[in-house]
Design a protein around this ligand. Structure first.
Ligand SMILES: Cc1cc2nc3c(=O)[nH]c(=O)nc-3n(C[C@H](O)[C@H](O)[C@H](O)COP(=O)(O)OP(=O)(O)OC[C@H]3O[C@@H](n4cnc5c(N)ncnc54)[C@H](O)[C@@H]3O)c2cc1C
Length: 475
């Protein structure tokens, strides 16, 4: 297509997907000597979307706490590279002890000693089931890592549909069956992998697809950005040439008679400029992908551990993180009594920055995930922490957190290009919903768009050894 003006592209949403799309697109245009105008519309007043922080007591002298997406792992190459590139420090992400609660008792408790943990695992679950999960996690990870491999990308992608992406990676079978089926109903899957899927995706092992289950088990080298992961997404925008309009909610888009796209804001006003392309980087209700309603409760407490009678069967030295499994309800056929996905002493309350931070005496930050709107009111918290005098501050937020990662044929999912010139980054989410996978989906969308803009041969020729070109792949 011959353009009579600089190409104009609108991006809706400034979370992981939208901000990285602006960044990748800027780099792609530069590489191709092109001049494009990018406008990003974000309804909040900050970048990051579901990656956001709050400070205890709304007091900015406290270190921020992740309210949404908190962890990425070493295999998340775009995130890791961005953190290095932007020279950010990593926050402490040590997980302490953990126990798995089934609503009646603790079916597993970790110990301080790695060796003893191993023995306990063997004792309850045998050797084969945990080992099988470990092997499958490794294999899935290796397949996913092909997305950063130059040779692989020369022959594959950009993908028009998530089903083609998972098929080329060899992961398609994993999105079609449940985690529990994939692991042959093993007790390990039903309890331990279930605990991981419930804390990571608010879903039980028998209703989540096997890829979601494997990703939930892949996080043993968790990292987070000091000050908040959202800072990566803010920096993506700063390093792009996009103009960012915060506080601007896009309500609708319509194609004009000239074939360009007109944006309408939430208040019905239209945006003056017309756009050649629009990229949606937020879930669109139009596609009827159901999302998990996740109730996040943050608490600052001076109780160093949970109250003795807070949960039935709580050990005398409670673990700092309580994970949950629905195995009991599954096995007995009774309705689940769990009102909790997880509760976790995430950190001691701190003031100052990482270098000079000071622990606030006897005050801890606890994070609770639940899908039950009735749970974790003030009374519940008083029971959990042994009295109202032990609860200093609470913060509650309900997220449309991630899609239900239902086992299904990926063909039923929305495509990456939903109309001529209108792209949809969150098409990826029912396959995988993480900060990293959203950057991967953004890169893919820029690959599709780059092909339309005549950027070389698009995706395939974009790999050079010049480090500046890292947008496409690690060459
Ligand atoms: C509690 C919780 C914990 C999680 N934990 C992890 C984790 O540990 N690790 C991990 O990798 N992932 C985690 N996730 C998932 C992760 O947050 C998401 O997969 C990822 O952040 C999605 O990024 P996104 O940019 O696609 O969407 P979002 O982050 O949702 O960004 C969309 C943006 O679009 C804006 N927007 C929406 N509608 C409009 C509109 N009409 N006009 C303008 N702007 C609009 C929104 O305000 C938002 O900023 C977690 C999610 C939650 C909720």
């Amino acid at each position: 297509m011959a353009y009579t003006h600089a190409i104009r592209i609108a991006i809706v949403g400034a979370g992981a997907g939208g901000s990285s799309a602006a960044y990748y697109l800027t780099k792609a245009a530069r590489q191709n000597g092109d001049i494009i105008d990018i406008d990003v519309f974000e309804k909040r007043y900050q970048a990051g979307g579901r990656s956001r922080t709050v400070t205890p007591y709304n007091d900015s002298s406290y270190s921020p706490i992740e309210l949404g997406a908190s962890i990425f792992v070493g295999a998340n190459k775009n995130m890791v590279k961005a953190v290095r590139e932007f020279d950010y420090n990593l926050a402490d992400t040590d997980i302490g002890s953990f126990g798995i609660y089934d609503g009646d008792s603790f079916v597993f408790e970790s110990s301080e000693w790695t060796y003893w943990n191993y023995v306990k695992l063997l004792w309850r679950y045998g050797y084969t089931a945990p080992r099988t999960v470990q092997i499958h996690v490794k294999q899935a990870m290796e397949k996913f890592l092909q997305l950063y491999d130059a040779k692989f990308l020369r022959n594959h992608g950009p993908w028009e549909h998530p089903k083609d992406l998972v098929a080329d990676l060899g992961l398609d079978g994993l999105v079609e069956e449940s985690g529990l089926t994939h692991f042959h109903n093993s007790r390990f899957a039903s309890e331990v992998v279930d605990a991981a899927t419930r804390v990571n995706y608010g879903q039980n092992i028998d209703s989540i697809h096997a890829l979601g289950a494997l990703v939930s088990m892949a996080g043993n080298d968790g990292m987070a950005v000091d000050g908040g992961n959202w800072r990566v997404f803010q920096r993506f925008l700063e390093h792009s040439n996009a103009t960012v309009y915060f506080g601007c909610e896009v309500g609708d888009i319509r194609r004009t008679s000239s074939g360009l796209w007109q944006l309408y804001l939430g208040d019905g006003e239209h945006v003056e400029r017309l756009y050649d392309y629009v990229i949606f980087a937020t879930p669109l209700p139009l596609f009827r992908v159901p999302y998990v309603d996740l109730y996040v409760t943050l608490v600052a407490t001076n109780a160093s551990t949970y109250a003795r009678d807070a949960l039935r069967g709580l050990p005398s030295h409670p673990p700092s993180m309580i994970l949950t499994t629905d195995a009991l309800a599954r096995h007995t056929g009774k309705t689940s009594q769990l009102e909790l996905n997880s509760v976790n002493y995430v950190q001691q309350a701190r003031k100052g920055s990482k270098d000079d931070d000071v622990d606030v005496d006897d005050e801890w930050i606890v994070k609770i995930f639940s899908e039950s709107p009735s749970a974790w009111g003030d009374q519940d918290l008083h029971v959990l922490f042994g009295g109202s005098q032990n609860v200093g501050w609470t913060h509650r937020h309900v997220f449309k957190a991630y899609p239900y990662l239902q086992p299904e044929n990926a063909s039923s999912l929305p495509p990456f290009e939903v109309d001529d010139g209108v792209f949809y980054i969150n098409a990826m989410e029912p396959v995988l919903s993480t900060m990293e996978s959203e950057t991967v989906a953004a890169r893919n969308v820029i690959g599709l768009l780059g092909a339309k803009l005549g950027y070389g041969k698009g995706w395939k020729d974009a790999c050079t050894t010049n480090d500046d070109d890292w947008i496409w792949i690690d060459c």
